[in-house]
Design a protein around this ligand. Structure first.
Ligand SMILES: [Ca+2]
Ligand SMILES: [Ca+2]
Length: 335
């Protein structure tokens, strides 16, 4: 090979190596999936989207749930999310929450005597019953099931701990944090690019592919199943391990069903809310849960449906998933 050819080959190799290194080091970092303490995170592209029920969704929810107080919106409205954020692929699990409790000796509201709502089999009512908590719900769970029986504060405390751990480990930038999603972020992530009643379309029967719902799976103790339930058996009378069914377009699992998910912002009326992605301090003392659970039937799975509860509310259906985002200096939380 002539010197000229060798130089040409060397130059070519140099270009290839430079191009490869450029791809590795100069590619947008924000598309990386960050996995800290087992939280696999998915980047959600900031953009404007239509939040709240489309007209057909509003009609459908009101006809099928009779719970207008959970929707309170007559039409969809545009929301601009202009901050980068990641959202966890999965609900937070029993094992993840246990790591937090063991590290901090944290006491949830239930551990302090404010027991979660569970099903009173004797009196056949939902009631606060002593003894139940995230570590001991009223049914068996495996470590990879969503942790339940959590109040808003119980969920928020986990996020604060995770942020502290991540900063200590240098896993996230100092001005980023783990926290609960805003409703805007949750709904954008859940909908992906859909405008249908459910994340999978308009047919509630397709829930069987995407969501652990209230179905006809027999209860282990032979307990009677509520009369309004889906007529298939998904094999789970209570929570299921996270990620068993199909994800949405973003690759997020159990956005509908399995466990309700707390959002960080105060409850606010639609459409008189700030249409950007703020935390919305207000006079209200309520928070919002999204997505429905193992104990819900059709209406609760409308992607826009809002379950409004006091921050101290907890039941054997309440859980959360984390978001990773730059700290919001504007946030003002009611508590
Ligand atoms: Ca089920
Ligand atoms: Ca869920």
């Amino acid at each position: 090979m002539s010197d000229l050819s060798k130089r040409a080959l060397s130059t070519l190799l140099g270009i290839i190596v430079f191009a490869a290194l450029s791809i590795i080091f100069l590619a947008p970092k924000h598309h990386e999936k960050i996995d800290f303490y087992g939280h696999k995170m998915v980047f959600i592209q900031p953009r404007e989207f239509m939040m709240g029920p489309t007209s057909n969704a509003t009609e459908w929810i009101q006809e099928n749930t009779g719970r207008k107080d959970w929707t309170l919106s007559s039409k969809a409205f545009p929301v601009l999310i202009n901050n980068d954020f990641y959202i966890a692929k999965h609900e937070t699990t029993v094992a993840q929450y246990r790591t937090f409790v063991e590290d901090t000796n944290f006491k949830t509201l239930a551990d302090r005597g404010h027991y979660p709502i569970t099903w009173d089999k004797k009196n056949k009512i939902w009631a606060r019953q002593p003894g139940y908590s995230w570590a001991n719900p009223d049914f068996d769970q495996t470590d990879d099931c969503p942790v339940v029986c959590l109040s808003w504060g119980d969920a928020n405390s986990y996020c604060e701990w995770l942020t502290k751990k991540a900063h200590e480990a240098g896993a996230i930038k100092p001005d980023w944090e783990y926290r609960l999603p805003t409703e805007q972020e949750w709904e954008l992530a859940a909908r992906a690019y859909s405008s249908t009643v459910f994340i999978w379309g308009d047919d509630p029967q397709d829930a069987k592919f995407y969501a652990n719902v209230l179905d006809s799976t027999p209860k282990p103790d032979g307990e009677e199943i509520a009369t309004t339930h889906f007529d298939w058996q998904d094999g789970f009378a209570f929570t299921s391990p996270v990620g068993l069914l199909q994800p949405n377009v973003y690759g997020l699992y159990d956005m509908q069903g399995n466990a309700w998910e707390w959002c960080i912002n105060d409850y606010f009326d639609y459409p008189d809310c700030n249409t950007s992605n703020k935390f919305l301090s207000s006079d209200y003392k309520f928070k919002v849960l999204r997505g429905g659970s193992w104990d819900n039937y059709m209406g609760s799975f409308a992607v826009t449906l809002r379950r409004i509860e006091k921050p101290s509310f907890a039941s054997d259906t309440t859980s959360f998933r984390v978001v990773l985002a730059k700290k919001n200096e504007d946030k003002e939380l009611s508590e």
